[in-house]
Each structure stands twice: as C-alpha cells, then as structure tokens.
Design a protein around this ligand. Structure first.
Ligand SMILES: [Zn+2]
Length: 293
C-alpha cells in the first residue's frame, strides 16, 4: 500500500453529503511547502503531496470545518510513527514544569467530584495517552487507569513510567466511568464513529472529556487572509478536524452524549479552609521551608 491522501465525502460530524469550499491551496504552493518541509524535516518524504490540495470545507448543515483530504492508513502510521518529531515531543513533556501537573491535578480532582465518589472506585481510560504523563498522575491520584495509544514508542515510554497500557478497546461495552481524550479528536479521520465506540465503552452515567484546539477564528482568517502557519487548529495533515465549542457539542450530540458542567472551582467551604491553611502555614505551624543562601 502506498501513502496517499483520500477525500472525505461527507461531513465527519453529521454525515451530511453537502459541503461548501471555504479555502484551498495546492500543496506545491511555496509557503505551504516550505512550512511542511521545515516541520517534518528529513523524517518525511512529502513528494507525493504535489498532486493534492490543502482543502477546507464547511458543512452547511452543522457548520463544521474540516480538511477534505486526509492520509490513508499507511500514511497515518507513517505520520505518527516516523514523521512527527518524537524526540522534541518527549523532550517537551520531560521539561514540563509543575504548572502542567497542576492543570492535570485540577482535572483529576474534578473527576472524583463529578461522580461524588472516591478516586479508587473509578475506572478511567485515557484514549490517545501519548507519553503517559497524565495516566501516571491519574494512577497516583488513586484511579484505576488504562492508557491506549497507537504509537509504539509512546506506549513503551508510558510503560517505563509504570502506566497500565492496553492495545485495543476492551470487548463488550460499559467498561469505564470516565474517558479522557486530550488533543485527539482533531486528528481523527472518522471522529463520529470513534466517539460512538467510546460512548459504548462508558458505563451508564459515565463521562468523557474531550479537549481539542479552539478553531473559532479559523474560518474568518482563512477567508480574509488565507492559510498561514499560525493557524494551528487546522494544521495540514494533522489537525484535519477544526472544532468550535458548538461543533464539538454537535459531535457529542450525534453520538448521544450530553454536555455536563464542570464542578465549580471556587467554593466557599474550600475558601475558608484555604485561608485557614495559609494562616497556619505562614505563622502557626512547625512545617517550614528553609533555604540555604
Ligand atoms: Zn455537518
């Protein structure tokens, strides 16, 4: 099988056959070509792209914006196995500061609150686990975690961190209380189909968290200024689905999933508790930080 692009013939969110062309640029365009070559470096031979166009359509029924041409299976494996800069991506995670982990901590605290259950009673799937740092932290918070990831390098790394990984979705449905999919759905060829499969993996009352790049300004920028490399939400070949809050909700609705409000972060009980802790830590207790100057 050779690597090529295939055109998506219907809306990936609502399956409508109709579509309006918003923008197109041949891949042999100078600035697009330079961007792709700089981005993928020596790892990819992109000569095959010369025959294709970077083409963005909008679905007139649901308003979804998407790249028409996506890589076939062979191309997808090459892209995520070989072309993406694994070293850079891993380095970025390894160099992450505590702020990233604080963000993870907030998300993990939310899960337990959403279910009003202690973490050890909840089963989580991280779909598109990447290098495994979120899953590792979820385990440390007491959840029962399984991580699923297509890239063998990432799986191996996650295992080295002690993460429990799985190779495919478990048989039967209703396996998980919570599914976490961070920066995954913008990459998928068939997002609706995938989301339906994940919905079936949720127990009744289960919750899925989807996080994708915010594409709300992409359409107007494409129409007024054309493509430029800062339009990350519609990154050629990779971010083939460009969501807004509205279209992400439409996708979920079509998979028979309803939105849930996140738990309120500022609650008065915690505020007073927090204040008491601050006063104690600063002036009353015997746990103190010391620095050698
Ligand atoms: Zn649509």
């Amino acid at each position: 099988m050779t690597i090529k692009l295939e055109a998506r013939k219907s809306c990936p969110v609502c399956e409508s056959q109709a579509s309006d062309l918003v923008y197109q640029l041949p891949f042999h365009n100078q600035s697009l070509k330079k961007f792709m070559v700089d981005f993928y470096g020596q790892r990819a031979d992109l000569a095959f792209l010369e025959d294709y166009k970077f083409q963005i359509k909008k679905c007139p029924s649901c308003g979804f914006l998407f790249q028409v041409n996506t890589l076939n299976d062979e191309g997808m494996s090459a892209l995520y196995g070989k072309w993406v800069d694994n070293e850079k991506s891993l380095h970025k995670k390894q160099q992450a500061n505590a702020r990233l982990f604080r963000q993870y901590a907030g998300q993990l605290e939310n899960i337990s609150q959403l279910f009003r259950q202690p973490s050890h009673q909840l089963k989580i799937l991280e779909y598109g686990m990447g290098w495994g740092y979120w899953s590792r932290m979820a385990s440390a918070f007491g959840y029962q975690v399984s991580g699923l990831e297509v890239s063998p390098e990432r799986v191996e790394h996650a295992r080295s961190l002690g993460v429990n990984t799985i190779q495919s979705l478990p048989d039967g449905g209703s396996n998980f209380d919570f599914i976490y999919a961070n920066q995954v759905f913008e990459h998928l060829d068939h997002p609706l189909q995938t989301l339906c499969e994940l919905r079936d993996q949720l127990k009744t009352g289960g919750i899925i968290y989807l996080r994708v790049p915010d594409g709300r300004k992409v359409e107007s920028q494409l129409r007024s200024h054309g493509w430029s490399e800062n339009l990350n939400a519609i990154h050629p070949l990779e971010h083939v689905n460009c969501f807004t809050r509205k279209t992400l909700k439409t996708l979920a609705k079509n998979a028979r999933l309803n939105p849930v409000q996140p738990p309120l972060r500022v609650d008065i009980k915690r505020f007073w508790g927090g204040l008491k802790r601050e006063i104690n830590d600063r002036w009353l207790t015997t746990h103190i930080y010391f620095r050698r100057e």
